[in-house]
Design a protein around this ligand. Structure first.
Ligand SMILES: [Fe+2]
Length: 369
Protein backbone atom coordinates (compact mmCIF):
# COMPACT_ATOMS: atom_id res chain seq x y z
CA UNK A 1 0.00 0.00 0.00
CA UNK A 2 1.31 3.47 -0.86
CA UNK A 3 2.23 5.75 1.98
CA UNK A 4 0.13 8.95 1.99
CA UNK A 5 1.33 12.31 3.36
CA UNK A 6 0.63 12.98 7.04
CA UNK A 7 -1.67 16.02 7.60
CA UNK A 8 1.40 18.05 8.67
CA UNK A 9 3.40 17.06 5.56
CA UNK A 10 0.44 17.88 3.30
CA UNK A 11 -0.07 21.27 4.95
CA UNK A 12 3.64 22.12 4.66
CA UNK A 13 3.65 21.14 0.96
CA UNK A 14 0.55 23.23 0.22
CA UNK A 15 1.97 26.26 2.06
CA UNK A 16 5.10 26.06 -0.09
CA UNK A 17 3.11 25.55 -3.31
CA UNK A 18 0.92 28.59 -2.64
CA UNK A 19 3.92 30.78 -1.78
CA UNK A 20 5.81 29.68 -4.90
CA UNK A 21 2.75 30.26 -7.11
CA UNK A 22 2.48 33.85 -5.85
CA UNK A 23 6.20 34.58 -6.36
CA UNK A 24 6.31 32.89 -9.76
CA UNK A 25 3.25 34.74 -11.02
CA UNK A 26 4.85 38.05 -10.01
CA UNK A 27 8.13 37.12 -11.68
CA UNK A 28 6.42 35.98 -14.88
CA UNK A 29 4.37 39.15 -15.04
CA UNK A 30 7.54 41.23 -14.82
CA UNK A 31 9.26 39.15 -17.50
CA UNK A 32 6.34 38.90 -19.91
CA UNK A 33 4.79 42.36 -19.68
CA UNK A 34 7.28 44.18 -21.86
CA UNK A 35 6.95 41.52 -24.59
CA UNK A 36 3.19 41.00 -24.58
CA UNK A 37 2.07 44.32 -25.91
CA UNK A 38 -0.97 44.57 -28.13
CA UNK A 39 1.40 44.52 -31.07
CA UNK A 40 2.80 41.07 -30.20
CA UNK A 41 2.31 38.58 -33.02
CA UNK A 42 0.54 35.24 -32.67
CA UNK A 43 3.93 33.50 -32.94
CA UNK A 44 5.28 35.60 -30.03
CA UNK A 45 2.23 34.93 -27.89
CA UNK A 46 2.32 31.17 -28.36
CA UNK A 47 6.08 30.71 -28.23
CA UNK A 48 8.05 28.06 -30.13
CA UNK A 49 6.58 24.97 -28.47
CA UNK A 50 2.84 25.56 -28.81
CA UNK A 51 2.70 24.67 -32.48
CA UNK A 52 -0.84 23.25 -32.83
CA UNK A 53 -2.58 26.10 -31.00
CA UNK A 54 -0.52 28.55 -33.02
CA UNK A 55 -1.33 26.88 -36.35
CA UNK A 56 -5.05 27.10 -35.67
CA UNK A 57 -4.74 30.70 -34.45
CA UNK A 58 -2.81 31.72 -37.59
CA UNK A 59 -5.36 30.06 -39.87
CA UNK A 60 -8.24 31.66 -37.96
CA UNK A 61 -6.54 35.07 -38.15
CA UNK A 62 -6.27 34.57 -41.92
CA UNK A 63 -10.03 33.93 -41.92
CA UNK A 64 -10.59 37.30 -40.23
CA UNK A 65 -10.98 35.80 -36.75
CA UNK A 66 -14.47 34.65 -37.64
CA UNK A 67 -15.66 31.23 -38.85
CA UNK A 68 -17.12 32.61 -42.10
CA UNK A 69 -16.92 35.91 -43.93
CA UNK A 70 -19.70 38.45 -43.46
CA UNK A 71 -20.65 38.05 -47.12
CA UNK A 72 -21.17 34.30 -46.78
CA UNK A 73 -23.19 34.75 -43.60
CA UNK A 74 -25.43 37.30 -45.35
CA UNK A 75 -26.03 34.92 -48.26
CA UNK A 76 -26.97 32.15 -45.80
CA UNK A 77 -29.38 34.52 -44.04
CA UNK A 78 -31.04 35.44 -47.33
CA UNK A 79 -31.63 31.74 -48.07
CA UNK A 80 -32.87 31.16 -44.52
CA UNK A 81 -30.06 28.66 -43.85
CA UNK A 82 -28.37 28.29 -40.45
CA UNK A 83 -24.69 27.48 -39.94
CA UNK A 84 -23.55 25.05 -37.25
CA UNK A 85 -19.77 25.22 -37.05
CA UNK A 86 -17.93 22.10 -35.89
CA UNK A 87 -14.45 23.57 -35.36
CA UNK A 88 -13.07 27.09 -35.27
CA UNK A 89 -11.44 26.83 -38.70
CA UNK A 90 -12.99 23.67 -40.15
CA UNK A 91 -16.36 22.02 -40.74
CA UNK A 92 -19.86 23.50 -40.97
CA UNK A 93 -23.29 21.92 -41.10
CA UNK A 94 -25.70 23.95 -43.25
CA UNK A 95 -29.24 23.54 -41.93
CA UNK A 96 -32.42 24.28 -43.87
CA UNK A 97 -31.19 23.23 -47.31
CA UNK A 98 -32.72 20.62 -49.64
CA UNK A 99 -30.26 19.07 -52.08
CA UNK A 100 -32.82 17.00 -54.01
CA UNK A 101 -33.69 18.10 -57.53
CA UNK A 102 -32.38 21.07 -59.48
CA UNK A 103 -30.01 23.47 -57.76
CA UNK A 104 -29.57 26.84 -59.42
CA UNK A 105 -26.13 28.30 -60.13
CA UNK A 106 -26.28 30.71 -57.18
CA UNK A 107 -27.00 27.94 -54.70
CA UNK A 108 -24.23 25.76 -56.15
CA UNK A 109 -21.84 28.73 -55.87
CA UNK A 110 -22.95 29.23 -52.26
CA UNK A 111 -22.22 25.58 -51.36
CA UNK A 112 -18.87 25.78 -53.10
CA UNK A 113 -18.00 28.95 -51.20
CA UNK A 114 -18.90 27.31 -47.88
CA UNK A 115 -16.61 24.44 -48.87
CA UNK A 116 -13.77 26.83 -49.71
CA UNK A 117 -14.11 28.81 -46.48
CA UNK A 118 -14.86 25.91 -44.13
CA UNK A 119 -13.08 22.98 -45.93
CA UNK A 120 -15.88 20.55 -45.01
CA UNK A 121 -19.57 21.29 -45.60
CA UNK A 122 -22.23 18.99 -44.15
CA UNK A 123 -25.96 18.54 -44.49
CA UNK A 124 -28.54 16.54 -42.53
CA UNK A 125 -31.64 14.54 -43.58
CA UNK A 126 -31.03 14.52 -47.32
CA UNK A 127 -31.69 10.82 -48.14
CA UNK A 128 -30.52 11.11 -51.76
CA UNK A 129 -30.71 7.96 -53.86
CA UNK A 130 -27.59 7.01 -55.80
CA UNK A 131 -28.56 8.91 -58.96
CA UNK A 132 -29.51 12.00 -56.96
CA UNK A 133 -26.18 11.94 -55.12
CA UNK A 134 -24.32 11.60 -58.42
CA UNK A 135 -26.36 14.50 -59.86
CA UNK A 136 -25.48 16.59 -56.81
CA UNK A 137 -21.78 15.81 -57.27
CA UNK A 138 -21.91 16.80 -60.95
CA UNK A 139 -22.80 20.36 -59.97
CA UNK A 140 -19.19 20.70 -58.80
CA UNK A 141 -17.40 19.24 -61.81
CA UNK A 142 -16.63 15.94 -63.51
CA UNK A 143 -16.69 12.82 -61.35
CA UNK A 144 -14.01 10.16 -60.80
CA UNK A 145 -15.18 6.53 -60.79
CA UNK A 146 -13.35 4.45 -58.16
CA UNK A 147 -11.63 1.28 -59.41
CA UNK A 148 -10.91 -0.41 -56.06
CA UNK A 149 -14.23 -0.46 -54.22
CA UNK A 150 -17.59 -2.14 -54.72
CA UNK A 151 -19.64 0.16 -56.97
CA UNK A 152 -23.30 0.89 -56.38
CA UNK A 153 -25.93 0.48 -59.09
CA UNK A 154 -24.69 3.82 -60.36
CA UNK A 155 -21.00 3.28 -61.30
CA UNK A 156 -19.92 6.63 -59.85
CA UNK A 157 -21.00 5.52 -56.39
CA UNK A 158 -18.57 3.63 -54.18
CA UNK A 159 -19.91 1.80 -51.14
CA UNK A 160 -17.90 2.18 -47.95
CA UNK A 161 -19.15 -0.54 -45.69
CA UNK A 162 -18.12 -2.32 -42.53
CA UNK A 163 -19.70 -5.14 -40.57
CA UNK A 164 -18.79 -7.97 -38.21
CA UNK A 165 -17.45 -9.89 -41.22
CA UNK A 166 -15.27 -7.06 -42.53
CA UNK A 167 -14.25 -4.39 -39.98
CA UNK A 168 -13.58 -0.84 -41.17
CA UNK A 169 -10.17 0.03 -42.63
CA UNK A 170 -10.35 3.80 -43.08
CA UNK A 171 -8.93 4.60 -39.64
CA UNK A 172 -5.79 6.42 -40.65
CA UNK A 173 -5.30 10.12 -41.36
CA UNK A 174 -5.36 10.59 -45.11
CA UNK A 175 -6.48 12.63 -48.05
CA UNK A 176 -8.20 10.60 -50.77
CA UNK A 177 -6.74 8.97 -53.87
CA UNK A 178 -3.23 10.47 -53.92
CA UNK A 179 -2.30 7.53 -56.19
CA UNK A 180 -4.05 9.49 -58.98
CA UNK A 181 -2.09 11.96 -61.09
CA UNK A 182 -4.97 14.37 -60.57
CA UNK A 183 -6.50 13.37 -57.22
CA UNK A 184 -10.18 14.07 -56.69
CA UNK A 185 -10.90 17.63 -55.59
CA UNK A 186 -13.40 16.52 -53.02
CA UNK A 187 -15.44 13.61 -51.77
CA UNK A 188 -19.16 13.62 -51.06
CA UNK A 189 -20.19 10.88 -48.65
CA UNK A 190 -23.73 10.14 -47.50
CA UNK A 191 -24.58 7.93 -44.56
CA UNK A 192 -27.01 5.12 -45.31
CA UNK A 193 -26.61 3.01 -42.17
CA UNK A 194 -25.05 4.11 -38.91
CA UNK A 195 -23.93 2.07 -35.90
CA UNK A 196 -25.83 2.74 -32.66
CA UNK A 197 -22.73 4.39 -31.15
CA UNK A 198 -19.53 5.53 -32.87
CA UNK A 199 -18.53 5.49 -36.53
CA UNK A 200 -17.81 9.25 -36.65
CA UNK A 201 -15.55 10.76 -39.26
CA UNK A 202 -12.91 13.22 -38.05
CA UNK A 203 -11.50 15.98 -40.25
CA UNK A 204 -8.19 17.77 -39.72
CA UNK A 205 -7.31 21.20 -41.15
CA UNK A 206 -4.26 20.73 -43.40
CA UNK A 207 -3.76 24.50 -43.76
CA UNK A 208 -3.60 25.00 -39.99
CA UNK A 209 -1.30 21.96 -39.77
CA UNK A 210 1.04 23.52 -42.31
CA UNK A 211 1.07 26.83 -40.42
CA UNK A 212 1.78 24.94 -37.18
CA UNK A 213 4.81 23.04 -38.47
CA UNK A 214 8.12 23.98 -36.86
CA UNK A 215 9.79 26.49 -39.20
CA UNK A 216 12.77 24.23 -39.85
CA UNK A 217 10.45 21.38 -40.85
CA UNK A 218 8.26 23.42 -43.20
CA UNK A 219 11.38 24.86 -44.85
CA UNK A 220 12.91 21.38 -45.13
CA UNK A 221 9.91 19.93 -47.01
CA UNK A 222 9.15 22.97 -49.20
CA UNK A 223 10.42 21.49 -52.44
CA UNK A 224 10.12 17.79 -51.62
CA UNK A 225 7.99 15.42 -53.63
CA UNK A 226 7.19 11.76 -53.03
CA UNK A 227 5.87 8.87 -55.11
CA UNK A 228 2.34 7.62 -54.41
CA UNK A 229 0.82 4.36 -55.63
CA UNK A 230 -2.08 2.00 -54.94
CA UNK A 231 -0.08 -0.99 -53.69
CA UNK A 232 -2.23 -1.21 -50.53
CA UNK A 233 -5.25 -2.13 -52.63
CA UNK A 234 -3.29 -4.79 -54.53
CA UNK A 235 -1.94 -6.21 -51.25
CA UNK A 236 -5.49 -6.91 -50.09
CA UNK A 237 -5.93 -9.43 -52.92
CA UNK A 238 -2.63 -11.35 -53.23
CA UNK A 239 -4.31 -14.02 -55.38
CA UNK A 240 -5.02 -11.66 -58.28
CA UNK A 241 -3.96 -12.83 -61.73
CA UNK A 242 -0.58 -11.11 -62.44
CA UNK A 243 -1.65 -10.38 -66.02
CA UNK A 244 -4.71 -8.55 -64.73
CA UNK A 245 -2.54 -6.56 -62.29
CA UNK A 246 -0.15 -5.67 -65.13
CA UNK A 247 -3.00 -4.51 -67.36
CA UNK A 248 -4.36 -2.45 -64.45
CA UNK A 249 -0.98 -0.72 -64.05
CA UNK A 250 -0.90 0.01 -67.78
CA UNK A 251 -4.30 1.70 -67.61
CA UNK A 252 -3.85 3.50 -64.28
CA UNK A 253 -0.28 4.77 -63.67
CA UNK A 254 1.36 2.98 -60.74
CA UNK A 255 3.54 5.59 -59.03
CA UNK A 256 2.86 9.31 -59.39
CA UNK A 257 4.81 12.22 -57.93
CA UNK A 258 3.15 14.75 -55.62
CA UNK A 259 4.49 17.65 -53.51
CA UNK A 260 4.40 17.43 -49.70
CA UNK A 261 3.32 21.07 -49.63
CA UNK A 262 0.27 21.66 -51.79
CA UNK A 263 -1.01 25.08 -52.72
CA UNK A 264 -4.78 25.25 -53.02
CA UNK A 265 -5.64 26.36 -56.57
CA UNK A 266 -8.68 28.37 -55.45
CA UNK A 267 -7.73 29.86 -52.08
CA UNK A 268 -3.94 30.15 -52.52
CA UNK A 269 -3.37 28.53 -49.09
CA UNK A 270 -0.73 25.84 -48.68
CA UNK A 271 -1.46 22.49 -47.00
CA UNK A 272 0.63 19.65 -45.68
CA UNK A 273 -0.30 17.03 -48.31
CA UNK A 274 0.50 13.41 -47.49
CA UNK A 275 -1.10 9.94 -47.44
CA UNK A 276 0.83 7.47 -45.31
CA UNK A 277 -0.62 4.42 -47.08
CA UNK A 278 -0.10 5.53 -50.68
CA UNK A 279 3.18 7.44 -50.33
CA UNK A 280 6.35 5.34 -50.64
CA UNK A 281 8.07 6.49 -47.46
CA UNK A 282 11.57 6.15 -48.92
CA UNK A 283 10.76 7.96 -52.16
CA UNK A 284 11.23 11.65 -51.24
CA UNK A 285 13.26 13.78 -53.61
CA UNK A 286 13.99 17.45 -54.21
CA UNK A 287 11.90 18.43 -57.22
CA UNK A 288 14.35 21.21 -58.21
CA UNK A 289 17.29 18.87 -58.62
CA UNK A 290 15.69 15.43 -58.81
CA UNK A 291 18.09 14.36 -56.04
CA UNK A 292 16.61 11.67 -53.77
CA UNK A 293 16.84 11.89 -49.98
CA UNK A 294 18.74 9.11 -48.20
CA UNK A 295 16.29 6.34 -47.26
CA UNK A 296 16.60 6.79 -43.48
CA UNK A 297 16.18 10.55 -43.70
CA UNK A 298 13.13 10.26 -45.94
CA UNK A 299 11.49 7.68 -43.68
CA UNK A 300 12.16 9.74 -40.54
CA UNK A 301 10.74 12.84 -42.19
CA UNK A 302 7.59 11.02 -43.32
CA UNK A 303 7.14 9.50 -39.85
CA UNK A 304 7.29 12.95 -38.30
CA UNK A 305 4.88 14.46 -40.86
CA UNK A 306 2.37 11.66 -40.34
CA UNK A 307 1.90 12.61 -36.68
CA UNK A 308 0.89 16.21 -37.41
CA UNK A 309 -2.78 15.90 -38.38
CA UNK A 310 -3.72 13.98 -35.24
CA UNK A 311 -3.37 16.96 -32.85
CA UNK A 312 -6.88 17.64 -31.46
CA UNK A 313 -6.57 21.40 -32.07
CA UNK A 314 -6.75 20.83 -35.82
CA UNK A 315 -9.71 18.45 -35.74
CA UNK A 316 -13.48 18.54 -35.94
CA UNK A 317 -15.69 15.50 -35.58
CA UNK A 318 -18.85 14.67 -37.55
CA UNK A 319 -21.50 12.39 -36.10
CA UNK A 320 -23.36 10.60 -38.89
CA UNK A 321 -27.10 10.00 -39.06
CA UNK A 322 -28.90 8.28 -41.95
CA UNK A 323 -29.22 10.91 -44.68
CA UNK A 324 -26.24 12.97 -43.41
CA UNK A 325 -23.83 14.21 -46.06
CA UNK A 326 -20.26 15.47 -45.72
CA UNK A 327 -18.50 17.12 -48.67
CA UNK A 328 -14.82 17.61 -47.93
CA UNK A 329 -12.05 19.35 -49.83
CA UNK A 330 -9.20 16.90 -50.34
CA UNK A 331 -6.88 19.84 -51.04
CA UNK A 332 -7.51 21.35 -47.61
CA UNK A 333 -8.23 18.58 -45.11
CA UNK A 334 -7.37 15.07 -44.08
CA UNK A 335 -9.96 12.70 -42.65
CA UNK A 336 -10.09 9.64 -40.39
CA UNK A 337 -13.04 7.27 -40.02
CA UNK A 338 -13.09 6.00 -36.44
CA UNK A 339 -13.21 2.19 -36.34
CA UNK A 340 -14.95 2.02 -32.94
CA UNK A 341 -18.26 0.23 -33.55
CA UNK A 342 -17.46 -3.44 -34.28
CA UNK A 343 -19.52 -5.68 -34.59
CA UNK A 344 -22.13 -3.18 -35.82
CA UNK A 345 -22.72 -2.19 -39.42
CA UNK A 346 -21.90 1.14 -41.03
CA UNK A 347 -22.58 2.04 -44.66
CA UNK A 348 -21.71 5.21 -46.53
CA UNK A 349 -21.97 5.88 -50.25
CA UNK A 350 -19.50 8.26 -51.83
CA UNK A 351 -18.97 10.14 -55.08
CA UNK A 352 -15.76 12.01 -55.85
CA UNK A 353 -15.39 15.22 -57.85
CA UNK A 354 -12.46 15.34 -60.28
CA UNK A 355 -9.48 17.48 -59.34
CA UNK A 356 -6.28 18.84 -60.82
CA UNK A 357 -2.57 18.09 -60.58
CA UNK A 358 -1.20 19.14 -57.15
CA UNK A 359 1.42 21.90 -57.20
CA UNK A 360 3.34 24.06 -54.75
CA UNK A 361 3.73 27.77 -55.32
CA UNK A 362 6.04 29.32 -52.69
CA UNK A 363 4.89 32.80 -53.76
CA UNK A 364 1.16 32.12 -53.56
CA UNK A 365 -0.61 34.65 -51.38
CA UNK A 366 -3.83 33.41 -49.80
CA UNK A 367 -6.73 35.21 -51.42
CA UNK A 368 -9.40 36.92 -49.39
CA UNK A 369 -12.40 34.60 -49.13
FE1 LIG B 1 -11.00 8.45 -47.33
Amino acid sequence: MREANSPEEQAAYNDSAVAIAEQLTEARRALMMPKMTEAATIEERFGPLERAGMGVALEYERMGNQPVTDGLKERADRYGFAFEHLGITIGTIVHGIDLKGELDADLVRFIRDVLLERKVVCFRDQHLDEDEQVAFGRHFGELDAFPFGPPGDNPYIVKIQASHRAPARQNLWHTDVTWMEKPSLGSIAQCIEVPPIGGDTLFSDSHAVYLGLPKALSERIQHLHGINDYRVFLARDPGLDPDFVESMKERIPFGVSHPLCRTHPETGKTALYIHGGFLRHDSLFDVRTGKPLPKEEAEALVASLLTQHSRPEYICRYRWEPGSIAFWDNRAVQHYAACDYFPHRRLLQRVTVSGDRPFYDPDAAPRAA
